[in-house]
Design a protein around this ligand. Structure first.
Ligand SMILES: *Cc1c(COP(=O)(O)O)cnc(C)c1O
Length: 412
């Protein structure tokens, strides 16, 4: 069957139940943004919220804002709102620090509770910070060993020495997705806990942490949640495990009564004990406004559109005359794929730079991946069609027309 025409894509947009969500975003005219999986677009809500926090709050109410504008409760109140998107119960999610730091915090706390077990199992080729943070933790705790194994050997690697399994739900390169419930069940059968990195999942695929009996989770809010560059991360601790988990970064705001200024740390009840220091309020304000774009969104509907967009992209790309130079690096089966698609190409970096110069923004992951993210709240089917047309033109450009050694920028 022939791939859809541009007219058919416009027709899909006319019947898209999420189409009006695009109005919540500020998107530059003429740009096709396929990198919302790395830095989400600016929302009208975030812009307003930051302006309010700076002008009316900081500028007028000054320090009273901690109480009257709820600044001090931001980690918990935004935690509840993110928690609703990942299937958490109230009191299980906190927004604070960065994803890397939250991983350290939860893995270190789980290490304190490990008993006689010594091993953390993770995936070789996991996102570098996940591996590096665990390697640093193992330096601090020489009895702890980090075992990084290929995906197909994870189940056999989980043994009676394993206390923690650390995995990324949707892989940052391939978008391949783990089955949360199945991994949890396998790990629990061996007496191990699982810590999920949801950076490429939250806001893009439905996640049901409680349903999957997940133990711990962390993730970014600047990707599909559009919280802004460097937005604070979130962490999740299943309620049943909260009392047994003691923070290592036991900062004053994770104390039960911080404003009594006592010498000795007493952990706050519940997930609040994983707060550390003063939250960056302006960054929280941006996330606060950005999350409005998700108010009332049916995640099953969002997932349907995500699958339609990424499947359309694959179909159109593979129908290009120059498609022989590309090979799909993501699962073809949409049930096993998150919301981005990667294609390998021998000259991936210069090719992506040419696409960006023509207003199609994706990114490049060394050594050879072109990565394209599909954000159902603001992308249209016709955007996918137009992006693939431009990709086709660039693939067809004669080699002489291509710059040979495009210098690599710091951020690719
Ligand atoms: C983006 C990403 C991170 C980023 O961590 P930061 O501390 O925000 O830099 C971590 N893990 C995964 C899987 C990611 O995709």
């Amino acid at each position: 069957m022939a791939p859809p025409t541009r007219e058919q894509c416009l027709e899909l947009d006319r019947h898209d139940p999420l189409a009006s969500r695009r109005e919540a975003f500020r998107l530059p005219e003429g740009l096709i943004y396929l990198d919302g999986n790395s830095l989400g677009a600016l929302t009208v809500g975030a812009e307003r919220s930051v302006a309010r926090a700076v002008g009316a709050q900081w500028g007028v109410d000054l320090i009273r804002s901690w109480n009257v504008h709820g600044w001090i409760d931001y980690p918990a109140t935004l935690g509840e709102r993110v928690g609703r998107l990942i299937g958490a119960a109230p009191g299980e999610t906190l927004v604070c620090d960065s994803t890397s730091v939250d991983l350290f915090k939860l893995a270190a706390a789980a290490s304190l509770a490990r008993g006689a077990r010594t091993q953390i199992v993770t995936e070789a080729g996991n996102f570098p910070t996940d591996l590096h943070i665990l390697q640093g933790l193992a330096k601090l705790l020489p009895q702890v060993e980090v075992l990084a194994v290929p995906r197909e050997r994870i189940y056999e690697a989980i043994g009676t020495d394993t206390f923690l399994v650390v995995l990324t739900h949707v892989h940052y390169r391939t978008a391949e997705m783990f089955d949360l419930a199945e991994v949890s069940a396998r790990a629990h059968a061996k007496g191990a806990r699982v810590l999920w990195d949801l950076s490429h999942s939250v806001g893009a695929v439905p996640v049901d942490l409680r349903g999957a009996e997940a133990d711990f989770a962390i993730g970014c809010t600047y990707k599909y949640l559009n919280g802004g560059p460097g937005a604070p991360a979130f962490l999740y601790v299943r309620r049943e495990l909260q009392d047994g988990l003691m923070p290592v970064l036991s900062g004053w705001l994770g104390d039960a009564r911080p404003f009594e200024f006592q010498d000795d740390y007493v952990p706050a009840p519940g997930v609040d004990r994983h707060r550390c220091g003063t939250p960056p309020v302006l960054a929280f304000a941006a996330l606060d406004g950005a999350l409005e774009a998700f108010d009332g969104v049916d995640m099953a509907q969002l997932r349907r559109k995500s699958v339609q967009l990424s499947s359309l992209f694959i179909e159109l790309v593979e129908a290009l005359p120059g498609a022989g130079a590309l090979s799909l690096a993501s699962p073809r089966d949409p049930a096993r794929r998150g919301s981005h698609v990667s294609f390998a190409h021998a000259d991936g970096y210069p090719l992506m730079q040419r696409l960006i110069a023509r207003g199609v923004v994706g990114d490049f992951r060394a050594p050879d991946l072109l990565r394209f993210g599909f954000t159902p709240l603001y992308l249209r089917f016709v955007d996918v069609w137009d992006a693939v047309r431009i990709l086709g033109e660039e693939l067809a450009a004669r080699p002489d027309d291509r710059p040979r050694d495009t210098p690599r920028l710091k951020v690719t």
